[in-house]
Write a protein that binds this ligand. Structure first.
Ligand code: LLP
Length: 406
């Protein structure tokens, strides 16, 4: 997707410097081609299975991205009424929408029931009662499964591990067993599936195999109570290559996560990061190069409000210049303009020579980038651009101060 031609960086066949000059910075720039490629690679890895790929909208909620995925036949994993509305508006088939989250509000449950979604992934007993009550008022049956928490250490960053017993998500296997028995007695609940999601940016296939084994044993146990779970939703979590990480290939991931699952079911997968992370760069302009006695700081016009991952997860994102100048590499910190010490995109990173006015690309910024951005320090959010071959278009306008003041 990214190539230097004569030391100038291109995304597909688009000259990135030109886009940055025209659109200003910071800007998130995406490749349409890479997005479609990612979806097809992931979907293809499960071709032996009856499956529904439900893209985790939280990773990136740009409407154009959802529309492209909808055209490919992709479904969505949503966690709010907002994501539901967006998914429907972008043409996602409601029969391919699954709804997770520990705090679903009445109006969100109502909207999802009215839309006729595929599956509520229920995270507590009070939520089960609530869904039953609302479904009854609407004269509907709610397709339901429990999100089980299989207590697996996915060996990822503590902030993005979700399937351990101390996490707030889902029910333990024992609680879920009782939950299914209770659900059987509720008139407006239709038991249709089971769900788990053990964490994000997982690079160890063994964690997925363990999840597969535990869920399979759980299904066996549950189905002794004359219940049949049609949908097995194994969540998301497939890691990508941020920093020469050893990653799992989609087909090996598919083999691991389905390894022990019973046959003749519909497998649901909820990839977020894999689908969008590598489709996108955050382009930022160097404002100043500041040298102190101890350090060289490259001060850029993007901040932690635009891309918060390095600040809150200590996440590594490669940084490369749009124009590669010749000369010796230097150790530097790439920092934003925000008044926080954690507003740092890279520490002690070797960069080729750069000067103020140059553009830098922060790589793998498509997942949890724009979607986690904020207006901290009264900063409007960046523009989003979609590249297709040598053409490009704005898929979200840069926010203005007027937008924020509203
Ligand atoms: N399904 C559920 C229920 C989830 O909670 C998540 C992510 C996914 C699917 C998608 O997981 P993925 O395939 O993207 O790993 N902000 C963090 C990541 C938080 C993930 C939250 N849940 C980050 O920037 O690394």
């Amino acid at each position: 997707m990214l190539t230097y031609k004569k030391n100038i960086l291109y995304m597909d066949n688009s000259l990135l410097n030109d886009i940055a000059d025209k659109i200003s910075t910071p800007a998130y720039i995406y490749s349409r081609k890479k997005l479609i490629e990612n979806f097809r690679k992931f979907n293809g890895a499960f071709s032996k299975h009856n499956r529904i790929i439900c893209y985790a909208v939280k990773a990136n909620a740009n409407p154009e991205i959802l529309k492209i995925l909808a055209k490919e036949g992709c479904g969505c994993d949503i966690v709010s009424g907002g994501e539901l509305k967006l998914a429907l508006k972008c043409g996602i088939n409601p029969k391919k929408i699954v709804f997770a989250g520990v705090g679903k509000k009445d109006e969100e449950i109502r909207a999802a029931l009215k839309a006729g979604i595929l599956l509520f992934n229920v995270e507590s007993i009070p939520e089960l009662y609530k869904i039953n009550e609302i479904a009854m008022a609407l004269g509907k049956k709610a397709p339901t499964g429990f999100r089980v928490n299989p207590d697996i250490d996915a060996k990822t960053h503590p902030h993005i591990t979700t399937g351990m017993s101390h996490n707030k998500f889902g029910l333990s296997l024992n609680e879920a067993e009782d939950g299914y028995l209770l659900a059987k007695t509720l008139k407006n609940i239709e038991i249709s599936g089971v769900h788990c999601h053990i964490g994000s940016q997982i690079t160890d296939p063994v964690s997925f195999e363990i999840a597969s084994k535990k869920i399979s044993a759980f299904i066996n146990k549950i189905e002794k109570n004359s219940l049949k779970l049609k949908y097995i939703d194994m969540g998301g979590g497939l890691g990508i290559n941020y920093n020469n990480d050893k990653i799992i290939k989609p087909k090996d991931y598919a083999a691991a996560i389905t390894k022990y699952l019973p046959k003749n079911r519909v497998i649901i997968l909820e990839p977020g990061r894999f689908m969008v992370a590598e489709t996108c760069i955050l382009v930022t302009k160097i404002i100043f190069v500041k040298k102190t006695a101890k350090k060289k700081f490259i001060v850029v016009d993007a901040g932690m409000n635009d891309l918060v991952r390095p600040a809150i997860y200590d996440a590594f994102h490669k940084i490369i210049p749009l124009l590669k100048r010749q000369g010796e590499q230097h150790n530097c910190d790439v920092v934003g303009p925000i008044c926080e010490s954690s507003d740092v995109f890279a520490k002690d990173r070797k960069l080729p020579p750069v000067t103020s006015g140059d553009y830098l690309a922060i790589l793998c910024a498509g997942a949890y980038g724009y979607s986690m951005s904020s207006n901290y320090n009264m900063r409007p959010r960046p523009a989003e651009i979609l590249v297709e071959g040598k053409n490009w278009k704005v898929i979200r306008k840069r926010e203005t101060l007027e937008d924020i003041l509203k």
